[in-house]
Design a protein around this ligand. Structure first.
Ligand code: ADP
Length: 527
């Protein structure tokens, strides 16, 4: 395919003259019939990556998507680009017989270039048999993180996709797309779809114009929020709360204090929700106080701040929600209030769930706690979590967070770092961070006992410091690349080559003391 053809098609179908980010490379990979894996943040332009090659190729591309509403939007958008109604279709259980017949006939006649299906529909023999009989250009799996239990929206039906695709045809290229960037989820996707050979394209998740700030949450959180909003008067902002009750209360408090604010949560009737959303979009109000029900598909480019009244349940959620600020590239202040009591509350919510789910939920929560308490650059922390290296000195937005603007004192921790790394090595790299810290401070638990680690001479050699000190150091060694989390088990800590070199030949390691939220916690309110 000549390069000019791709640009001609981009102009013809979408009216764009340029590709965004990695789109061009992705399109070429798909046109070359290669398995392709695309990781781009929301708004990165994933849809075009598969829509353009689908429109350019013979046959029909199957697009697997988890939400009917999303599919309908996409189909409507595609139809508006073409004079041909049948260019895109949805195939699902809501269609009547005549409609299904129409879809099938459009596919057989080569009119339909994109066919959106829910994973459940693909399990129907009737559909699979039909799809076997027609020409399929490729299968695109949107929101591919639904395959992984470590993603934020696990869907068991997604796990059978590979088998079904193989039934439809032997040689159909698979395209996975997601905005979830953690290495663990990516590994799950590639493995489950059997496409470790895929061409992988990962865009940066750095949002250089966003400023990240965490403050302790005290009983004065209301006045803290009011002051912040007043300082930003006239600017659009979203305030996320965990509970509907808190949403209502805070919206009212803001109104009473002269802020134009409305509540938004799933407990409000549909009409009110639409009204409040429109008021925000049309700028009749400045602030929407909302649960996480708000924001999906909302594209207001000039949201100037996102406040978290409660810390979210994972770094992914935090990233998604804060990501709604500053879409136009302008200012975007992300302020979260943190108290450990809120974390305990989130843990309590999980306690009724299946054990595996609880373990994952707990691990994700530990990450956000680490993020909230860290004293290193928040941007670096987030990007490290997403498997991306970031250098504050040279990277865009390097100074844009509270820890970089107001750095905590640092001290030389070379000896402690060496001790910690040695403990990881001596305990055969089989422990998660909690056990490693326990070994350092000399605390026994069942796992440590079962390995008889407590009778080793090194047990308790780090008693000069407490657990939180060692936990902070461990996290900083992870981000600095001396340690890594094992991807299979997620959580077991391994030493990297850089870490091994450090043990042999220690260099300076400047450690920042993590924030102490103790005082704030003693004073914390639970909202
Ligand atoms: P994602 O699915 O990654 O969240 P979308 O596919 O919805 O992102 O694209 C986000 C926005 O970017 C859309 O408004 C889309 O029209 C726009 N867009 C995509 N590709 C281009 C391009 N090459 N040039 C200009 N705008 C683009």
């Amino acid at each position: 395919m000549a390069e000019t053809d791709i640009y001609a098609a981009l102009k013809k179908y979408f009216g764009f003259t340029r590709f965004k980010g990695l789109q061009e490379e992705v399109v070429k990979s798909i046109l070359n019939r290669q398995n392709t894996f695309v990781i781009m943040p929301t708004g990165g332009g994933k849809s075009l990556c598969y829509q353009l090659p689908a429109l350019m190729q013979e046959g029909t591309a199957i697009v697997v998507s988890p939400l009917i509403a999303l599919m309908k939007n996409q189909v409507d958008a595609l139809r508006s680009l073409s004079s041909e109604e049948g260019i895109a279709h949805v195939l699902n259980s809501s269609l009547n017989k005549t409609e299904v017949k129409q879809v099938k006939s459009d596919i057989v006649n080569g009119i339909t270039k994109l066919l959106y299906v829910a994973p459940e529909s693909l399990t129907k023999d009737e559909y699979v048999e039909f799809l076997q009989s027609v020409k399929i250009s490729f299968v695109a799996i949107d929101e591919a993180h639904c395959i992984s239990e470590w993603g934020h929206d696990f869907r068991p039906e997604y796990r059978n996709l590979r088998t079904i695709i193989q039934r439809i045809g032997n040689d159909i290229p698979i395209i996975g797309l997601t905005a979830t960037a953690t290495p663990k989820v990516q590994e799950d996707i590639l493995k489950n779809l059997g496409m470790q050979d895929a061409n992988t394209f990962k865009a940066s998740f750095n949002r250089p114009n966003l400023y990240y700030e965490i403050r302790p949450k005290t009983k004065n959180v209301d006045s803290d929020i009011i002051r912040f909003v007043k300082q930003n008067e006239g600017k659009s902002g979203i305030i996320y709360c965990l509970s509907r009750k808190r949403v209502e209360e805070l919206a009212q408090t803001l109104q009473v204090n002269g802020v134009k604010a409305v509540p938004y949560h799933a407990g409000l009737d549909g009409k009110t929700r639409v009204k409040h959303q429109d008021m925000f979009l049309m700028e009749d109000v400045d602030v929407v106080v909302a649960t996480i029900a708000f924001g999906m598909g909302i594209d207001k480019p000039d949201v100037r701040f996102v406040i978290h009244n409660d810390i979210p349940k994972s770094i992914e959620s935090y990233y998604q929600e804060t990501g709604r600020a500053g879409r136009d590239g302008g200012e975007g202040h992300c302020l979260a209030f943190y108290s450990y009591k809120d974390v305990e509350k989130l843990e309590k919510f999980m306690s009724g769930k299946p054990v595996a789910e609880q373990e994952i939920g707990h691990a994700l929560l530990q990450e956000i706690v680490g993020f909230a308490e860290t004293s290193i650059s928040r941007r670096k922390f987030i990007l490290h979590y997403f498997g991306e290296e970031f250098d504050n000195a040279t990277g865009e937005g390097g100074m844009m967070d509270d820890n970089m603007r107001h750095p905590k004192n640092k001290h030389e921790a070379q000896d402690d770092a060496k001790l910690l790394l040695e403990i990881v090595q001596k305990t055969n790299q089989q422990y998660k961070s909690k056990e490693i810290v326990n070994v350092l401070v000399g605390k026994v638990n069942a796992l440590i006992k079962s390995h008889r680690t407590d009778s080793q001479t090194y047990f308790g050699t780090g008693q000069a410091h407490d657990s939180s000190y060692w936990m902070a150091l461990l996290r900083q060694l992870l981000v600095a690349g001396y340690l890594k989390k094992d991807i299979e088990t997620y959580g077991i800590i391994k030493i990297t080559d850089q870490g091994k070199a450090f043990i042999k030949n220690p260099v300076s390691f400047m450690m920042a003391e993590d924030h102490s939220f103790k005082d704030a916690n003693d004073d914390a309110i639970v909202s």
